[in-house]
Design a protein around this ligand. Structure first.
Ligand code: NAP
Length: 246
């Protein structure tokens, strides 16, 4: 049998829904609660002309900004930084005030996992003097003199789990990851991802574009448990738990 999702319920703000979800409370002691956010087209493409910028509407941007607002830190892969550039993660002063009211720091650190320390220093985020950046790497290296306050943490031996454990020790409970497909695959393979927020954009893209998850086929399909379905116009916002529905 099927359940109708229409007619719709009362409109609700993304940030209110996300605060109610209390994702940080779901963190264990070993690592933060890690939730990925992706937008994809109806034909499953996570990029258009090589970037995600052209996918998704204003409602998708609002969901992304709401996720950043409730997160203690935001993880990004160097490939995504290279393409998207980035900047101050929470640019809106009201959002920063709401973070402070919720007991969080005004600016969530941007966290970069780069084992090789192949960091795109020319990316706009390093010009944002208000945006703290935390880089986990396997290499002993120093950041060049950039306006953004950058801390480099070298892990020997390096592992994603060790980097996440360090973040948890620093008080990060709710960790948003903004990708990309390579990093998602690496973290998923190691069982380190808890949720996937997926925006289904009402368009067809075609071509040889990126998918949400990179790499060869998964050995066995990873089951997802649907947590919610939201609609804004023709766009769908799906929240999945990694693993079967509880
Ligand atoms: N549709 C969307 O919502 C969305 C979201 C994000 C990105 N994107 C798109 O995706 C593209 C970028 O994705 P990408 O896959 O090329 O780059 P990425 O996933 O952002 O970064 C890849 C890099 O992550 C590093 N990494 C650190 N730990 C890793 C681990 N455990 N496993 C795997 N990699 C790890 C690797 O560098 P080291 O070898 O130095 O560790 C790797 O080269 C862009 O086109 C962007 O626009 C789309």
């Amino acid at each position: 049998m099927y359940e109708r999702l229409r007619p719709p319920g009362l409109p609700v703000a993304a940030e209110d829904l996300l605060r109610e979800a209390r994702l940080g409370d779901l963190a264990g002691d070993a690592r933060p609660y890690l939730f990925m956010n992706f937008v994809e087209s109806a034909d499953g493409r996570a990029t258009r002309e090589g970037s995600s910028r052209e996918l998704g509407s204003e409602a998708d941007l609002e969901m992304l900004l709401a996720l950043r607002t409730i997160a203690d830190a935001v993880l990004v892969g160097p490939g995504t930084i290279r393409v998207e550039g980035y900047g101050r993660l929470v640019g809106n002063p009201q959002r920063r005030e709401r973070r402070i009211a919720a007991g969080q720091v005004a600016d969530p650190p941007l966290v970069l996992f780069s084992r090789s320390f192949d960091v795109p220093w020319e990316a706009a985020v390093f010009d944002a003097s208000e945006q703290p950046v935390l880089i986990y790497t396997a290499v002993y290296g120093e950041a060049p003199d950039v306006p953004a306050p950058v801390e480099v943490v070298t892990l020997d031996p390096y592992s994603s789990a060790a980097a996440l454990a360090d973040l948890r020790r620093r008080g990060v409970r709710a960790l948003l990851s903004e990708g990309g497909p390579t990093l998602f695959r690496g973290l998923l393979d190691q069982g380190l991802v808890d949720e996937l927020f997926l925006t289904l954009s009402p368009e067809l893209v075609g071509g040889e574009e990126r998918r949400v998850i990179g790499g060869p086929p998964l050995g066995a399909p990873v089951a997802l448990g649907l947590q919610w379905t939201l609609q804004a116009g023709d766009e769908l916002f799906l929240r999945y738990r990694i693993g079967p529905a509880s």
